[in-house]
Design a binder for this molecule. Sequence first.
Ligand code: SF4
Ligand code: SF4
Length: 384
Amino acid sequence: MKYRSLGRSGLSASEVGLGCEHLEGENEKVVDSVIKAALECGINIFDIFMSEPEVRKNIGKSLQGSRDKVLLQGHIGAIYENGQYKRSRDLDLGKQCFEDFMRYLRTDYVDIGMIHYVDTIEDWENVINSGIAEYALKLKEKGVIRSIGLSSHNPVAAMKAIETGLIDVLMFSINPAYDLLPEDTKADDFFVKSTFSNDRLKGIDPTRALLYQTCEKSGVGITVMKSLGAGQLLSDKTSPFGKGLTVHQLIHYALTRPGVASVLVGCYTKEEVYEAVRYSDISDAEKDYTSILSTTPLYSMKGKCMYCNHCLPCPSEIDIASVTKYLDLALISEDSIPETVTGHYGEMKNTAQDCIECGSCEQNCPFDVPVIENMRKATELFGK
Ligand code: SF4
Ligand code: SF4
């Protein structure tokens, strides 16, 4: 298992994490087997949004003795009322439910205090006006939470929240199908087939691309939900690309978006956990999603880099995807290039100036990216 820095939170998260939502309604034995399998495989980040007490209690039991080795994403604003999960902006209920989370999880701190499910600008304003944002800030000041998170499916609402500087970690729905969707698509429509027969779809939606770039640029770490599109993307029948992708291709897609640290895969069984974490051991060819995305009309990504590194090997050993990602981040910077970007670029062993313009990358790139031109631009911008 590899670990990545979760932006400015200072936390280090496993590339594959566990989204625990499928454990709700399962008995203690099943919950224990899934959590223990995750721990055994080096998974160290767990998203627990569910407010139902039984599942919280059982996950807490299974994590006993491992608390100092794991990162918990606990949600502020996911409450339990009349025997049901509910999203709420009631501050008192939110506080009650968050305290209850810590009690059931047998902990006195939470690594990521995640403001739950904000999908509109109006709702973000509710988060501010209800006192929930201030509550999260106070928890962080007291050390009860180590970072403030936000979960969202909407790039406009997420961007608005991130621009306030309050959010350290964003949990966002990322997969190649949702990335196509215009910014105003509602989360409920993600699962509707007709959503994808829309002639507005033309490669990655620019607002989503900008959100990921902004997160990377400003040090907001991204954890990913819905990487498999609720299983729809795995099957030839339901994938909007006409061909199913594998779990590992979808994990890789999400991990190659800027800013992403960890993909939280939902698993019903320990076998599903073992299958997901094989991501760390398989070959680059098995992870490669470009053969599917580059041949579908929905993904007319001509000229745009997907950061997939399908163009390697490079005789100068340049990590072409990273150079291009930093170049894109520099190009969206209005004033000077942020230090985080120049810093990461400066740490690379080989940079754009090492390009000998052999052209082999351009022949290998399925998206017709003008790599040589990009290398020239990057050399000019970064001075090396
Ligand atoms: S240049 Fe092409 S192959 Fe290389 S990382 Fe970008 S999209 Fe992938
Ligand atoms: S053109 Fe430059 S970046 Fe591309 S493979 Fe050749 S040396 Fe590497």
